[in-house]
Write a protein that binds this ligand. Structure first.
Ligand code: SF4
Length: 410
């Protein structure tokens, strides 16, 4: 594993890769292709150490909310993620700024983040995409050796279904002479039906090979399927698209089964669905979900008003440290860029803020002395309610002092 600083994190289509390289070991992996210009070993994971900072800047700058995607070049749930938590921290930012999210993965490590995925889906939209290639568990361990097996991924689909998070399955690649059988396709479609997936992406029964991934694929064929490489070379030469001889027959089964189950199977329609950001989407599923009903989307809390109604000793000064109501451990340290407007009664005043640029707790101290402090109101536009972290002791020093904190969204 090694670290680099990068210049940008979001692509033009709002995709991101927090890591480069992958440790899942799929024998057919296209990301190994030399055309991607990777200058390090594929298993030597490159960690983009400034990814979170760049992501937050990008989300702040975006005028329109959209879906943020990840997982197209590297599965973000590699083992390194469990230690580094780059994706989890990204999800916190995506949720905080009200964006949608979609991820492609083969790993059941995604279940660690199911709480955040639910929150994102409740507020905006979240779709999880899981790749399934092989119904046979033993074959799966040969084709995708370092990641969850198909049965484990099926369990993830069930958990997501029950959590109300929509899913899409990638049914690819299907390797000629290896898993291009009716039994395999039917088994996977059975899983998809039971898991109530919204869509299945399949461009045809086959695999693509190009320089870099072809050599690795053939070396693994030699290891696990003696004689198979020669059969591939004889049948396909150096073609890019290696379509299964059973393609037509298997696609008929695929199309028929998907139509019967009302599962989306037109790739264009599915990509439109994945790319469409709709804050109301959470409860407008294209198919009814089994399991708990989805939580209605919260009104986007762009502005929150926090009122301190203070009835107390008229001559006391008061102050308060405020933070967002999320547990502080959940949020990366960050710059406060939207500070409250405050007033005491009808009189506006300027709050102080803590000097540290990375601390996210604005601190108002002290509130001005006044003969009467019927109500202190602070409004901030960060997007989450405020909670009182600490109050100045003199508020509580007088027995008649009380303070009521009220958060309300606008
Ligand atoms: S999970 Fe994806 S990126 Fe990782 S090795 Fe497999 S195909 Fe390649």
């Amino acid at each position: 594993m090694h670290y680099v600083k990068v210049k940008g994190i979001l692509s033009a289509k709002n995709g991101m890769n927090l890591y480069r390289g992958c440790s899942h070991g799929c024998i057919y992996c296209d990301s190994r292709s030399t055309c991607y210009g990777m200058e390090h070993d594929f298993e030597d994971i490159e960690v983009k150490e400034n990814a979170l900072e760049l992501l937050e800047n990008a989300l702040q700058r975006k005028r329109k909310k959209c879906m943020i995607g990840t997982g197209s070049m590297t599965d973000p749930y590699i083992s390194a993620e469990m230690k580094l938590e780059s994706l989890r921290k990204s999800l916190l930012l995506i949720h905080e700024y009200g964006f949608g999210f979609t991820v492609i993965t083969k790993s059941n490590r995604i279940l660690r983040d199911i709480d955040l995925l639910q929150k994102i889906h409740a507020r905006a939209k979240c779709v999880v995409q899981i790749t399934l290639t092989t119904y046979d568990e033993n074959l799966c361990k040969k084709l995708e050796p370092n990641v969850s097996t198909t049965a484990e991924r099926f369990n993830v689909l069930l958990r997501l279904r029950d959590a109300g998070i929509p899913t899409v399955v990638w049914l690819c690649p299907i390797l000629p002479f290896i898993n291009d059988t009716e039994e395999n396709i039917s088994g996977i479609l059975d899983y998809c039906t039971e898991a109530q997936v919204r869509g299945i992406i399949c461009f045809g029964m086959g695999v693509t090979l190009r320089d870099g991934n072809r050599q690795y694929f053939y070396s693994q064929l030699d290891r696990h399927f003696p004689g198979m490489k020669e059969r591939y070379v004889r049948t396909y030469g150096t073609e890019y698209i290696l379509s299964s001889p059973n393609n037509k027959y298997l696609m008929e089964i695929f199309n028929r089964r998907c139509a019967q189950q009302k599962i989306m199977h037109d790739p264009e329609q599915i990509f439109r669905y994945l790319n469409t950001f709709d804050e109301k989407q959470a409860c407008m599923g294209l198919r009814p979900l089994r399991g708990p009903p989805c939580i209605p989307p919260e009104a986007p809390p762009r502005r929150f008003s926090t009122s301190f109604r203070w009835r107390g000793h008229a001559s006391c000064a008061a102050g308060a440290s405020l933070t967002r109501s999320a547990r502080s451990g959940d949020l990366p340290p960050r710059r406060v860029n939207a500070i409250a407007r405050c007033r005491v009664g009808q009189t506006p005043f300027q709050p102080n803020t803590m000097g540290s640029s990375t601390h996210f707790v604005p601190r108002f101290s002290p509130f001005p002395r006044a003969p009467c402090l019927p109500e202190i109101q602070c409004t901030q536009e960060v997007g989450l309610p405020l909670a009182v972290l600490g109050l100045y002791p003199e508020i509580f020093a007088h027995p008649s002092h009380t303070m009521i904190v009220r958060n309300s969204g606008h």
